[in-house]
Design a protein around this ligand. Structure first.
Ligand code: NDP
Ligand code: 8X3
Length: 256
């Protein structure tokens, strides 16, 4: 059966690569992001046999998310796979210096945007007794690092929310998966570092990071497994990335 795939944040990075991966399987696509032009040029490069519906959408806008789902055109209403990918990190400052607006934007996008999309799409999946929600989390949910503060917290929400969905959906055939990528070269660092191209490139210099296509392959793979198999969480890192020792401060001395 031809599946209909809804991907948020399809204008770059993982979302765009997921669109290409599912298009290669002949799926119908619903693609959204704030940058409509990017979606339009992506759509022109996809196979003509693939039906695509594009929609400019800011997932931080609750009413817009509801209206978008309510007004999906005939033929695109029965979503089989929702890839909740839209998200971002902003800033690397320590918590006591971070910009509260950045924190709120991350929560509005990574947490509330994902909740809103899920709440709109899930009832149809339950009613049709088929569907799969794939949420893009992060290694930052599991392994804190300096500056991960609100971003890591938002991605920890993604994992626990996804597990909660699984608990609620027991007794239905609807599947839920969290994919947790590590270092992956997309526009992620450019956004996080607020357009500083040099610094963003530096994040990946002398590494062999994950590509957007690597993650798209994992997203496709979890959705293509037999329908009785649910991958709950999948953490994916490049081979060049690992863990360090626990940090120990040696400057505080008698102060503590
Ligand atoms: P990109 O910056 O390349 O892509 C982010 C996508 O999210 C863009 O398409 C952007 O579209 C969209 N987006 C951001 N804010 C909104 C919004 N308010 N409404 C709708 N769409 C939005 O980065 P990635 O592809 O790397 O990021 C995708 C996801 O993967 C994010 O959730 C990120 O946190 C996560 N991730 C990334 C990792 C990495 O190292 N790259 C590792 C682990 C997780 P537009 O600006 O057009 O709206
Ligand atoms: C992106 C991975 O390590 O930059 O979620 O937080 S990391």
């Amino acid at each position: 059966m031809k599946k209909t795939i809804l991907i948020t944040g399809a204008s770059s990075g993982f979302g765009e690569a997921c669109a290409r991966r599912f298009a290669a399987e002949g799926c119908d696509l619903v693609l959204c992001a704030r940058r409509l032009q990017r979606l339009e040029s992506l759509a022109t490069s996809l196979s003509p046999s693939c039906r695509v519906h594009l929609q400019q959408l800011d997932v931080t806008d609750r009413e817009a998310v509801a209206a978008f789902v309510d007004r999906l055109p005939e033929g695109f209403r029965e979503i089989d796979v929702l890839v909740n990918n839209a998200g971002l990190a902003l800033g690397m400052e320590p918590a006591h210096e971070a910009d509260l607006d950045d924190w709120e934007t991350m929560v509005d996008t990574n947490v509330k945007g994902l909740m809103r999309m899920t709440r709109q799409i899930l009832p149809g999946m339950v009613a049709r007794r088929r569907g799969h929600i794939v949420n893009i989390g992060s290694t930052a949910a599991n392994w804190p690092y300096p500056g991960s503060n609100a971003y890591g917290g938002s991605k920890a929400f993604v994992k626990q929310f996804s597990r909660g969905l699984r608990a609620d959906l027991l007794g239905t055939p609807v599947r839920v998966t969290t994919i947790e990528p590590g270092l992956a070269e997309t526009e992620f660092s450019l956004v996080r570092l607020k357009g500083d191209e040099g610094k963003a490139k530096g994040v990946y210099s002398d590494t062999h990071p994950l590509s957007a296509e690597d993650i798209a392959e994992t997203v496709y793979w979890v959705t293509s497994l037999p329908s009785h198999v649910n991958v709950n969480v999948m953490e994916v890192m490049p081979v060049c990335q690992g863990w360090g020792p626990m940090a120990i401060d040696r400057t505080l001395g008698d102060e503590v």
